[in-house]
Design a protein around this ligand. Structure first.
Ligand code: HEM
Ligand code: HEM
Length: 228
């Protein structure tokens, strides 16, 4: 017999998929901004590229539009962290024994040494999510910081201008914005591997949980959120 547990609220699931689509759009348009390849490898002359809307102006428009979506969905995520029932943004409790016990058990399972106890959310996954939230915030701050450079007295420069100068300037902001873009994609690859793997090995509906909100357990799972 399986016990069905409702883990992810509709708000969190909607946020997750909007976030996913936005990041994919931002990543590919961002790579183009960094290295405008259409006119070379694909072989379009500037005139024909313009005809096909493959212009830097249009790609930047897509990047900034997706940037606004990322910003507002992030604000929405913070809102539900305070007002949603289960949606808080997890800060890993490094100082507790239970946290490290969970890390040990999860690592053993990932290394195919021993299966871990049933867990609602495992501490390694939750730690990586915490880092992802930080990276998303970093991308928003540096992105809007760079966006505000064209209008130094404008709104975006006053809100996120610090992100550019605190890194050392425009070049460094571009550089780190680019590096963290790849780190997010690195997370994405591991993330899809681990959620699929959890689904294969535990048959607990892990992947579909981000669509329908529920996971299945044979025994009462440990809830890392409740670890004091
Ligand atoms: C996960 C989210 C994001 C990813 C993966 C991403 C990716 C990238 C990449 C790879 C570049 C090229 C950097 C370079 O090599 O110079 C770039 C540039 C840029 N991004 Fe993002 N970005 C993200 C979020 C944002 C956000 C939220 C904004 C805010 C509007 C933004 C604004 C910019 C700006 C202004 C540039 C420079 C444009 C230019 O120089 O013409 N990005 N982005
Ligand atoms: C850029 C792409 C992605 C990002 C940034 C991302 C980010 C996240 C984050 C931050 C969480 C934790 C939410 C929370 O509880 O606070 C999460 C959970 C989850 N995501 Fe993704 N995700 C991405 C793509 C995907 C894809 C493509 C899949 C489908 C295979 C997926 C499946 C899941 C599942 C099943 C969970 C719940 C896992 C658990 O219980 O720990 N994600 N994702």
């Amino acid at each position: 017999m399986f016990k069905r547990i409702y883990v992810f609220s509709a708000s969190l699931r909607i946020w997750h998929w909007i976030n996913f689509i936005t990041i994919i759009v931002l990543f590919f348009t961002g790579l183009y901004i960094g290295t405008p390849y259409f006119t070379t490898s694909v072989g379009y002359e500037a005139t024909y590229a313009y005809d096909k809307n493959l212009t830097m102006g249009f790609i930047r428009f897509l990047h900034f539009s997706a940037g606004y979506v990322l910003l507002f969905s992030f604000l929405f995520r913070i809102y539900i962290a305070f007002f949603g029932k289960r949606d808080r943004m997890f800060i890993p409790k490094f100082w507790t024994i239970e946290y490290w016990q969970g890390v040990k058990e999860t690592s053993q399972e990932y290394l195919l040494i021993k299966e871990h106890r049933p867990m609602l959310r495992n501490p390694l996954a939750r730690t990586s999510y915490f880092l992802v939230y930080l990276m998303i915030f970093f991308m928003i701050a540096t992105g809007f910081g760079m966006y505000g450079l064209s209008d130094p007295d404008g709104f975006w420069a006053s809100v996120f201008g610090w992100a550019v100068w605190s890194l050392g300037g425009e070049f460094e902001a571009h550089y780190w914005h680019h590096i963290v873009a790849w780190l997010i994609i690195l997370f994405f690859v591991f993330h899809v591997y681990f959620v699929s793997r959890e689904d294969f090995t535990h048959k607990n509906g892990e992947v579909s949980s981000m669509f329908n909100g529920v996971k299945f357990f044979r025994k009462e799972p440990i809830d890392i959120n409740d670890v004091k």
